[in-house]
Design a protein around this ligand. Structure first.
Ligand SMILES: C[S@@+](CC[C@H](N)C(=O)[O-])C[C@H]1O[C@@H](n2cnc3c(N)ncnc32)[C@H](O)[C@@H]1O
Length: 165
């Protein structure tokens, strides 16, 4: 969902039959395309991930969000809660039952905490089922990763925490 320099895309392409990789920045897509040139199972999409429904019709088994900004870039483009939430809404009906969605949040940069709080608030009241969450408990600015699953059964109870406790 956030191609960046293509590290995650290369990882997914190694294990999955077909990978779609979105980024709103052409700079990121160009770097990722070069990095993954040995793979033939990747389709790059230079567009907002909130437009996913315009590009993908088949069912999806895994989706990966690595939010924030393009590392070591002069660009100030960052992911935003509104489009992240919109893409999660459009993604859900495209997911197979049992599909896994991972989301890494970075709360240290300007806008990162806002995106985290708003997105988690949406997810807490969404059909996405939280299955795992990792953080190091040392610092609020550390990355935090959530794993969600699409399941048919009744919702699990949830308890999110915003402050690492
Ligand atoms: C932390 S980087 C992703 C790192 C990447 N997954 C990797 O393996 O290197 C976040 C990326 O999200 C992209 N981005 C920001 N807003 C976006 C949006 N609405 N849709 C798609 N990509 C977006 C940025 O351009 C940036 O390249």
């Amino acid at each position: 969902m956030t191609c960046g320099k293509g590290n995650d895309t290369a990882f997914l392409a190694r294990y999955l039959k077909k990978v779609y990789s979105f980024d709103i920045q052409k700079e990121a897509i160009d770097i990722a395309r070069e990095r993954t040139k040995d793979f033939s199972n990747i389709t790059f999409i230079n567009d907002d991930h909130a437009t996913i429904d315009s590009y993908i019709e088949e069912k999806i088994d895994v989706a990966m969000f690595n939010l924030g900004y393009l590392p070591n870039s002069a660009s100030t483009v960052i992911t935003q809660a509104a489009s992240t939430i919109e893409s999660l809404k459009k993604l859900f009906p495209l997911l197979n039952d049992g599909a896994i969605v991972s989301i890494i949040f970075y709360r240290g940069h300007k806008g990162g905490l806002d995106e985290y709080v708003k997105t988690i608030r949406y997810l807490d009241h969404s059909p996405y089922q939280l299955i795992e969450r990792y953080l190091t408990y040392t610092d609020i600015v550390e990355p935090i990763v959530y794993f969600y699953k699409k399941i048919k059964e009744a919702p699990l109870s949830r308890s999110h925490c915003f402050w690492g406790k």
